[in-house]
Each structure stands twice: as C-alpha cells, then as structure tokens.
Design a protein around this ligand. Sequence first.
Ligand SMILES: Cc1cc2nc3c(=O)[nH]c(=O)nc-3n(C[C@H](O)[C@H](O)[C@H](O)COP(=O)(O)OP(=O)(O)OC[C@H]3O[C@@H](n4cnc5c(N)ncnc54)[C@H](O)[C@@H]3O)c2cc1C
Length: 384
Amino acid sequence: MGDAVSDEFDVVVVGAGPAGSAAALAARRLGADVLLLDRAEFPRDKACGDGIAAHALDVLVELGVPDAVAGYLPLPALRLVGPAGGAVARALPRPAYTVPRAVFDARLVAAAVAAGVRLRRHTVRRVEARADRVVLDGELAARAVVGADGAGSVVRRALGHRVNPDRHLALAIRGYAPALPGPPEQLIVTSAARWPAYAWSFPIGDGRANVGYGEVLRGEPLTRAHLVDRLAALLPGTDPAAVADLRAHHLPLSTHRPPPGRGRVVLAGDALSLINPFTGEGIFYALLSGALAGAAAAGAPEHAARRYAEALRRRLGVHLRHSSLAAWLARRRRVVDAAVVAARRDDRVYRTVVELGLGDGRLDVRTLRMIGIGLSARDRPPRG
Ligand SMILES: Cc1cc2nc3c(=O)[nH]c(=O)nc-3n(C[C@H](O)[C@H](O)[C@H](O)COP(=O)(O)OP(=O)(O)OC[C@H]3O[C@@H](n4cnc5c(N)ncnc54)[C@H](O)[C@@H]3O)c2cc1C
C-alpha cells in the first residue's frame, strides 16, 4: 500500500474509556511502548449510570490504580424493586460508588499517562491488518491493536462484525437530578411494562444522583421522550424537568458477542459486547477485558487474539454462560419477582444475584431452588 506510516508502536489502543485505559496500563506494565488514542479530549462525559462495583476496583488495584473513586461516597446497600413491585434492600458484600465518568475516566487516563503511555487525540477510521503489523489510517503502525472504542466500534467493524441485533442491544438514557431522600443506596426499579426494562437512581454524595432508564430493543425505534417518560414513571420522586445533562447511548449485551479478536487485533469492553444483560453494568467487564487484552497484545502480538481468547475464557467464561442463562430465565418477569422474594428471605441468594449482576458470579442450586419454590407457590391455586 502506498501509505507513509509515520509512527510505530508495540501496542496501539483505540479508545480511552475504562477498557482502553486498562489495556494501556496492562501493556505498559509488560514494558510495551503504548499509544492510547481517543477521538475526544479528556475529561469527557459518557452516558452511563456511573455505578462502579467493587469488582471494578479490584482490577484497578491490580493495575496499580488504587484511588479511582477517592473522595466519593461509598454506597453500602442496593435496593432492587421487582416488576410486580416487591422489593429487597440489603447490604452489598462490598460498597459500590457513583463517580461521574467525566471524573472516573479522566483519572484512569491520567494514571496511564503517568505510567508512560502516550495519549493522542485521533479518530480512527481505517484498520488494516497485515502479516507483521496493523496499520491505522495509513499513518500509525502497531505490532498489536486493542479495539476499546465502545458500542459503535470501528475496530470491530473492521474485523467484519456488525453491531448486536435487537434483543441483544439496549438503549438507556441518563441524567443528573437532586438525590432522593433516604439512605445512601443504589436503587434499581425494574418495570413490568416493556420488560426487560428498568430505572435507577445512584446517589453521588454531593446532593445529586445519577438517574436513568433503559430497555432492551425490540425492533422499534425508541424516542428520547419515551425514555424520559418511563424514567419519571419508575422514579416518582424525580421531577423530569429537574434532570440535567440527559444523554442516551446503546448497550451491547453480553448475550451476543463476536469472537474476541483475530491475529494481532483484539476487542475489549463494549466493543466486544461485554455488558451484563441483567444490570447494564459494563465497567467491571471493560476493565477486566481491557487488562487481559492489553497483556495479550504486549506479550504475544502475533498470537494476541488466541492468547486473549484463552485468558478471557478462563477468567469469565463460566460467568458469562451463567449470566446469559440467568438473562434468558429473567425474560419472564415472574422469575425476577420470585428472585426478589427469595433474596429478601435469604442473604446468600441476595449475594448470588448481586455477584451475577455486578461481578463475575455464578448461578447456584440454592438460588435456583428458592426461585423455583417461589414460582410454584405462585402457580398453586389458593386453598379452600
Ligand atoms: C445509560 C447507560 C448507563 C450505564 N450505567 C452503567 C453503570 O452504572 N455501571 C456500569 O458498570 N456500566 C454502565 N453502563 C455501561 C458502561 O457505560 C460501558 O459498559 C462502559 O463505558 C464500557 O467502557 P469501554 O471502555 O468499553 O467503552 P467507552 O466507555 O464507550 O469508551 C470508548 C472510547 O472510545 C472512543 N472512541 C470511539 N470511537 C473511536 C474512534 N473511532 N477513534 C478513537 N476513539 C474512539 C470514545 O470517545 C470513548 O472514549 C451504562 C451504559 C449506558 C449507556
């Protein structure tokens, strides 16, 4: 090809969200010369609930970033309201945090830069995989590339994979509103109408909460007005007129994922459709997959995709199978109602549900049995 490659790196990471920063940090820790690209200048906003689970912080500590949520309020509990209105509120095994992405992502980018990663503002449009390297936009070359460019990933498209189809893709809107009165806890209100769908309110600790609403797509376009109406209906204490900075974005769910890469090119985070189908959580997966992708890209560039696929399977394979099964079961609303009742009765069930939705947990027999008992009790005709 007649292009003039001006810069060469061991690893180029496309996208500097959580997946990209984690990838850059992991590759840098192996001594690689890393370039981190983003089309936006940081700090930048990203439509998100800003909910950071404890599992995400574990990955960051391993990457040498212990202070990503410093100064923010720990949220010790989660309240979950089922589609029929029943609720469970219990202590989380470990607190969660709400950190606006304009802050959180900029902190991770700063950590990567401090570790020696080079950051450049650049929108990638063309990805060309050659035998010995990957060339981006005809001007940047790398021994391996990590595509961490989010839900509309250009790198994923270059590998020949389309965006997720309906039913495996959600759309959600978020904004910032005065926090609801009550204890500092994450609130998730699932919706019987348009199931699977839910709203959330995550207090930040400064008098505001991140509020939002999302639903799984089913072949019909969703308007902003519809999303805001549903948010207001599910969070009655929230005045839609008082919600600032409303912004919507797609969520590619982990129930439909492309292969994790090919040759020297790998995908991480939303670019790999790694969003929990239960909760819409993607930051933990983004950080974990990014870290594994960066390590594979730096450690064995010519075999990056194979090494990465193995690492991802070892670390998340069983969990992803279990969360897909749980999401399939939860397509029936009454399963979720039964799970809420079971979690209210039994802290171990609650923890299983939380680990499945926020981390890398698995379904277990006790949880399935208690949900089954709840379902059969509902189906039994009343006595007398
Ligand atoms: C409304 C909403 C609420 C959510 N709530 C939560 C929540 O509370 N907790 C949670 O864990 N997850 C939540 N998620 C999911 C979470 O936001 C994502 O899973 C997470 O941002 C994925 O990180 P990422 O690094 O893969 O992608 P992103 O964060 O999207 O980062 C991708 C980066 O790539 C850059 N980029 C894109 N294209 C290019 C290009 N061509 N060239 C260069 N740069 C490019 C972008 O500018 C961006 O900085 C929510 C999602 C939505 C939409």
